[in-house]
Design a protein around this ligand. Sequence first.
Ligand SMILES: Cc1cc2nc3c(=O)[nH]c(=O)nc-3n(C[C@H](O)[C@H](O)[C@H](O)COP(=O)(O)O)c2cc1C
Length: 371
Amino acid sequence: MRTAFTDLLGVPHPIVGFNRSPGVVAEVTKAGGFGVLAASAYTPHELDAQLTWIEKQVNGRPYGVDLLVPEKFAAGDPDNLVASLRAQIPQAHLDFVNGLLAKYDIPEAPAKPAHDEIAASLNPRGAEALLEVAFGHRIALIANALGTPPAGLVARAKKAGVAVAALVGQAKHARRQLDADVDVLIAQGTEAGGHTGEIATMVLTPEIVAIAGGRPVLAAGGIASGRQMAAALALGAAGVWCGSVWLSSEEDVAVQAIKDKFLAAASSDTLRSPTRTGKPARQLRTAWHEEWLRPGSPAPLPLPLQPMLVNEAWQRIDAAASAGHEGALRLESFFVGQVVGSFAAVRPAAEITRQIVAECEQRITELGGML
Ligand SMILES: Cc1cc2nc3c(=O)[nH]c(=O)nc-3n(C[C@H](O)[C@H](O)[C@H](O)COP(=O)(O)O)c2cc1C
């Protein structure tokens, strides 16, 4: 398959594997797709180790990284960032989360201080440290979500020969990204897992293709099969950017309790909710959301205060759910898109990649036969 995206990055197949697990990124790249690591899941030190590991696996094949740099966020004192942000969390919110954990009888778990550090650094300054690490590696693409790329990123990437991509959920976002001179637009529809807007991939993709001026557009949101990939190419996309489907891979680092819930879920079991990050993000709907939607529950806080409020709770829920704790299993959730309803088994990421590509090629051939 040859598209503007495969030409730009020199990969055999126009399929991107976005994930926080280095194993998924390496396997998608090795299978001829393009793996992209979610850098925002890590401290700069951790990111360095992950990228070093990926490079050993992929043996010179191209891969990329993704940053989450919000344009709107709660600011803290740069010299005392974590403590100054923590001080902005109202007591009523802390009481609500503690009450929720008590109601479901969730046991304590050892705290991971890096959670606060990672959440607090979700801003342009925090992104600089991750960028510094990323540009120290052989990345072929850097993607950015939740706004235009931070100052200097595009110029630095162009100098280094690194392609810049941006996730967009509306045509007006795409115009701003084109003004910022990004190389690849990712049209991400509302079906997608994670932070997402309200326009469907079917509507958004051709809109973005129409204004992209020939730059490659990847379709994202709702793509987990070769039929969906063929549909995206038919809409004018130069490839697909998949996130959720890898959550059903063996290499994904999510706890088994989450994978089991995903396997059992239907496509109607997700919702967009700001209760994890402070911005609407699609995730599996569970008792956690029923609690936040109940009348009298507090309104979620802006990013990064909401993740700082709930991250430790999620660590406790994940740990307890992994041990089969009933209350934790009711609350247990993670970001995932509507394609969760199609997950039938946990499989190697390379096998998923190969199957999507083969089915897409077959479908395109069949479509040709209709003429
Ligand atoms: C678990 C999960 C985490 C995500 N985190 C990010 C992120 O940190 N940065 C980002 O740009 N997109 C993130 N996304 C969105 C993906 O990049 C991608 O656009 C989306 O998953 C595509 O739709 P799909 O979920 O239907 O495949 C995330 C998606 C999922 C499922």
